[in-house]
Design a binder for this molecule. Sequence first.
Ligand SMILES: Nc1ncnc2c1ncn2[C@@H]1O[C@H](COP(=O)(O)OP(=O)(O)O)[C@@H](O)[C@H]1O
Ligand SMILES: [Mg+2]
Length: 271
Amino acid sequence: MTAIKSLRSNAVKANRQGIVEHLYFSTVPIGPEPLQAELKGSNRSTRIYNSYICKIDNDRYIARIKNTFSSQAPLKGIIGEALNTLVANKLGFKSHNLEMLTFNLLSLQATAYFKKILDKQPLDQVLNDYKDIDITPVITSVLTEFAALSMLGLYHGDMNSSNVFCSFDGNTIKDIEVIDFELAMPSTCDNQLCFVYMCASIYDWRINTLISETEIKTIIKEVLRSTFASIKPESEKAISLFISNRPLSKKLRQLRMSTINPEGKSLISYL
Ligand SMILES: Nc1ncnc2c1ncn2[C@@H]1O[C@H](COP(=O)(O)OP(=O)(O)O)[C@@H](O)[C@H]1O
Ligand SMILES: [Mg+2]
């Protein structure tokens, strides 16, 4: 009960109008906690507490609501993220659970999404902060996890190193979890290709100064060989194209989308 009350009071604070019309669900006991940090975007913010995270979206989302239950249009915003997270959980994607979602039904404003804080660190922080860490085996472990994820039929859509959380046993990765499913979508393409796209997308400005292009390509190929036995020619081609041409041109982004999700379907049909 205290948990619900405290979540409700946080949600009320999250809501500009002070009324939460709809309380979705809550599974964990979360007590009142002081705010530790707040990451602010234009219409978005992420509030970090000791044991949970609250993402708040102040956009009006009337258009999003209309789209929400369509399997044709990709889901957007925090409601979309919440539904995509449920799908990711259902498919067995290694991710956090959605704990609660609130929104103001009348104003269609101020969505708040609650999740438990992870007992892990984001990959970009690990690689940048721990200078003595051996990066190659860490990246190999992360990409091996991506290879497993690519077989689940879900394309993450925003696979960057701040969305991949890891825990360590000494210098070895113990566990990996992925967050932030707002841009997730069904993948109908070949698993190898889906894997290569996720690898290419993680190789962004946050980590491309720490690991060379040649090295990441070598790791991608090693993981492809160990997971899929052989490397398809289309995968080789995609590695060259998507790793060497960063940032990606509009044409390459369109090419990726037309192979991953040609009909622009949402994940709702997986629920
Ligand atoms: N479950 C979590 N545990 C710990 N930190 C988190 C968690 N979720 C989000 N964060 C922190 O908040 C940041 C933003 O969260 P994220 O869900 O990725 O939102 P955004 O859409 O702003 O990228 C993350 O990069 C991370 O630092
Ligand atoms: Mg993120």
